[in-house]
Design a protein around this ligand. Structure first.
Ligand SMILES: Nc1ncnc2c1ncn2[C@@H]1O[C@H](COP(=O)(O)OP(=O)(O)OP(=O)(O)O)[C@@H](O)[C@H]1O
Ligand SMILES: [Mg+2]
Length: 283
């Protein structure tokens, strides 16, 4: 029951009304600060104007999330310490009330974790759009998780098409997409006794589009789950939050790409996403 739950809008409103007073103007100036990317927009040619608009929106979203998480984190910390104090004061008395206080503590911690995940995954406030070599980013990311893969006895293979055009994007955010997909593959390969492999591939789909694929030989996805996979809070893991794919898709879409999944013919799944090739010559 604790999985896949959604807070209804009315409950959300109530929470808002009852929230504890927070620092006046906390986080507010951030909302109005011009995103870094728009400050640079003068340097871009009119050809890229639609991209500029897109990138400004990315900046706005990350800054909004940053302010929001800041505002919510404070009352959450307060609720946690009040509940913990009340529990301590009760000592061994009132076991029923103690149980309820523990629910409050657990739910508070879970909410704080969700916020923390958003923060890390969107690297809020640091959105920076640059020309990127997606192959170099993959090499870097694979290096980053190589030790982890080795410990898990998983081999990572890469096949990157040479001389791909650059893309324009946020390095950290796109790296998060790879890390999310790879960490899901790690989970899917847990306990698989056959080939334990992750295969990362890039290629030019057409003159304007680069495609990236992350394939694994893991447990695969039951047909009935495929349509829910990218929904917020959808998870089949006991310790999952169900945010990885939701946020990954949001990041890819913010980069004007599409992220999707298919089961492989033999074993495991392939997550694949597109990114528009930058029209400007490579720097
Ligand atoms: N490579 C994969 N192989 C099999 N199933 C997968 C794979 N990737 C994702 N899934 C399924 O999709 C669900 C949602 O994935 P998602 O990354 O959004 O959340 P999570 O991994 O459960 O939790 P979180 O990423 O927030 O820690 C997973 O719980 C799992 O059931
Ligand atoms: Mg995940």
């Amino acid at each position: 029951i604790r999985k896949n739950r959604k807070i209804s809008d009315s409950r959300r409103e109530k929470t808002q009304e009852k929230r504890l007073p927070v620092e006046k103007n906390a986080g507010k100036p951030d909302l109005f600060k011009r995103p870094k990317s728009s400050q640079k927009s003068n340097a871009l040619t009119p050809k890229n104007q639609s991209q500029v608009f897109q990138l400004t929106r990315v900046g706005k979203l990350t800054e909004f999330v940053s302010s929001l998480t800041h505002e919510i984190s404070q009352p959450l910390t307060a609720i946690l310490s009040y509940a913990q104090a009340a529990k301590r004061m009760l000592g061994g008395r009132e076991p029923k009330v103690q149980e309820i206080l523990q629910y409050i503590i657990n739910d508070d911690l879970r909410a704080a974790e969700v916020i923390q995940r958003f923060r890390t995954l969107l690297k809020t406030g640091e959105s920076e759009i640059n020309p990127l070599d997606i192959n170099a980013l993959i090499d870097e990311t694979v290096l980053f998780i190589a030790v982890d893969a080795k410990v898990r006895n998983i081999s990572i293979k890469i096949e990157l098409e040479r001389n791909l055009p650059f893309i324009r994007g946020d390095r950290i955010q796109l790296q998060q997409v790879f890390l999310n997909l790879i960490s899901n593959s790690f989970d899917a390969l847990e306990g698989i006794p056959f080939i334990r492999e992750i295969f990362i591939r890039t290629f030019l789909k057409n003159t304007e589009t680069i495609q990236v694929e992350v394939t694994d030989t893991g447990c695969g996805i039951p047909k009935h789950n495929i349509s829910n996979l990218f929904a917020r809070f959808f998870t089949t893991k006991t310790d999952g939050l169900g945010l990885g794919l939701y946020i990954s898709r949001a990041i890819v879409e913010m980069h004007e790409g599409v992220l999707n999944v298919k089961n492989n013919a033999a074993r495991g799944v392939t997550f694949y996403f597109t990114l528009p090739a930058s029209k400007k010559a490579n720097p």
